[in-house]
Design a protein around this ligand. Structure first.
Ligand code: AMP
Length: 115
């Protein structure tokens, strides 16, 4: 755990969050400033700063993270209507929290553009 990392502290329960899924290695919780009717963040509990650091991470953990994103979409009732899984990496992408996370966004029809 990185004491200075917001998402590490959320994973440790030091900062409250609205949890929608949790297991030993992955946590999903609602984004505090939702950009869509459903906006859930999926994070590994261990600290990985972003995709550039993910090359050193466990393959099974990364695969599990993606699977949990799909499970969250099912659980939130947006799997059939459609959803986006977005992950920002670095300054140009506006990553604001340097702990790897997937945004699961849905519950509304989104615009075509990706950026
Ligand atoms: P990113 O900008 O891609 O790094 O995403 C970080 C996300 O974390 C943003 O969508 C924020 O709204 C969200 N966020 C920041 N603080 C919290 C918090 N305490 N609980 C839940 N979500 C948060």
């Amino acid at each position: 755990m990185n004491e200075n990392c917001l998402f590490c502290r959320i994973a440790a329960g030091e900062i409250p969050s609205s949890r929608v899924y949790e297991d030993e290695t992955v946590l999903a919780f609602r984004d505090i400033a939702p950009q869509a009717p459903v906006h859930v963040l999926v994070i590994p509990k261990t600290h990985i700063s972003g995709w550039s650091a993910a090359k050193d991470a466990d393959d099974a953990l990364l695969a599990h993270l993606v699977r949990v994103a799909a499970e969250v979409a099912e659980k939130e009732g947006i799997a059939a209507s459609g959803y986006r899984v977005v992950s920002n990496c670095g300054p140009d992408a506006q990553q604001t929290v340097p702990h790897l996370h997937l945004h699961v966004l849905g519950g509304t029809e989104m615009k075509e553009q990706m950026a």
